[in-house]
Design a protein around this ligand. Structure first.
Ligand code: GLU
Length: 425
């Protein structure tokens, strides 16, 4: 018990850092762009944060009360947009930081949205299918006043998927008494989901890896890759890179890591993973999921959770390229260390923006009632990501700053400008 308490205190402290470090870079970015302090005062916190308590009848007939959040960072550009995560370590500060990152992503890939994010403190790995359904529906009832297709549009995130989106859109449509597919994205295709949404984050990361490799004159074919995290983003990414001829030498899930300098059997691992991305429990000889980060490779992709590359291990990272598929995997201090060591770091707000980009395509298709082919979605995503990567890389090289600060500068600009045009500042 004492251990559990210590763990949750540690997570609360780390999430404080996640918010504080996000604010630090937002401030730096706004200063560099020459915006006055009131712009920072507006952007350093979400404009709205709703905390809800959700009582759920569990399968054993007991009632458990869950805590949930929905943060809306800024809606000057348009409705807020961002996922909902189900995770035991969700905290208010984490959701706040995640909502700011969504504003940045929307700015970077130029979507007509501001950032939003939601979370429920729970462990879906310990819950039954029906309990998860009741929790998903309960969350929508609790936040229904605040969300909607032209207000705030949720989506999947850590440990949530298209089935959970399906329950959520059904609950919302029942409350509103009309079909509202544009209320949420990441839905199953038959309920108005978009082709290519499920693999979109990984596609976007793959494009960033390809572009970063070009800059470092590294051939993807034969390059050694380590992916920490085997959920939606990590598993699709392993497949895409494996198909492109890269050697996946390491993967990790929440319970451990596997490493083989000759390359892992990715098809086998993908086949055996469960819906939460767990696969290492099938193996006896394994590393921890943080040891894996320090193993030999050319490209390292943290695709799990926050605060994985820290000042503790940044000096020992062997990769020449780090591409952040997860939100917030590298701390501010670690970013500085990697940059000093000449490692090219492609930041989360750029690398993981493929997901929200195709979410936007899904919402557009829902609004117009006319649907696109997978090929069309893929082509549009490719154009958006390459353009965003180039913009940020060029700004970073021109101003001699790291790609994270350049991404923040591009990411904050649209919201700052829109807030001024609206006369808020
Ligand atoms: N949860 C994803 C993210 O962090 C996707 C959000 C969305 O599709 O709206 O970017």
């Amino acid at each position: 018990m004492a251990n559990q308490e210590q763990e949750s205190e540690k997570h609360a402290a780390e999430n404080m850092d996640v918010l504080a470090s996000t604010q630090t870079i937002v401030k730096d970015a706004l200063d560099k762009l020459g915006y006055p302090n009131e712009v920072y005062a507006l952007m350093k916190e979400p404009m709205r944060l709703l905390t809800v308590r959700i009582p759920i009848r569990m399968d054993d007939d007991s009632v458990k009360v869950f805590t949930g959040y929905r943060a809306q960072h800024n809606d000057a550009v348009g409705p807020t947009k961002g996922g909902v995560r189900f995770h035991p370590n969700v905290t208010e500060n984490e959701v706040k930081a995640l909502s700011i990152w969504m504003t940045l992503k929307a700015g970077i890939v130029d979507l007509p949205y501001g950032g939003g994010k939601g979370g429920i403190v729970c462990d879906p790995r310990q819950m039954s299918f029906r309990e998860l359904e009741r929790l998903s529906r309960g969350y929508v009832r609790a936040i229904s006043q605040l969300v909607g297709p032209t207000k705030d549009i949720p989506a999947p995130d850590v440990f949530t998927n298209s089935q959970i989106m399906a329950w959520m859109v059904d609950e919302y449509s029942r409350i509103r008494e009309f079909d509202s597919p544009g209320f949420i994205t990441g839905k199953p295709i038959v309920l108005g989901g978009s082709h290519g949404r499920e693999s979109a984050t990984a596609k976007g990361v793959t494009i960033c890896i390809r572009e970063a490799a070009k800059k470092k004159e590294l051939n993807i074919e034969g390059a050694g890759v380590i992916i920490q995290g085997f959920g939606n983003a990590g598993s699709y990414l392993a497949k895409f890179l494996h198909d492109a001829g890269a050697k996946i030498v390491g993967i990790a899930d929440a319970y451990g890591g596997l490493y083989d300098a000759d390359g892992l059997d990715i098809d086998y691992l993908l086949d055996r993973r469960d819906s939460f991305g767990t696969v290492t429990n099938l193996f006896k000889d394994k590393l921890t999921n943080t040891e894996i980060l320090e193993k030999d490779c050319d490209i390292l992709v943290p695709a799990a959770i926050e605060n994985q590359i820290t000042e503790e291990n940044a000096e020992r990272i062997k990769a020449q390229i780090v591409v952040e598929a997860a939100n917030g995997p590298t701390t501010l201090r670690a970013t500085k260390i990697l940059s000093k060591r000449g490692i090219l770091l492609v930041p989360d707000v750029l690398a993981s923006a493929g997901g929200v980009t195709v979410s936007y395509f899904e919402w557009v298709q829902n609004n117009q009632g006319f649907y696109w082919s997978e090929e069309e979605v893929g082509k549009k995503l490719e154009g958006v990501m390459v353009h965003a990567f180039d913009n940020i890389y060029r700004l970073a090289s021109g101003r001699k700053i790291d790609m994270r600060l350049a991404a923040y500068m591009i990411g904050v600009r649209k919201t700052a400008e829109a807030s001024r045009f609206r006369g808020w500042l």
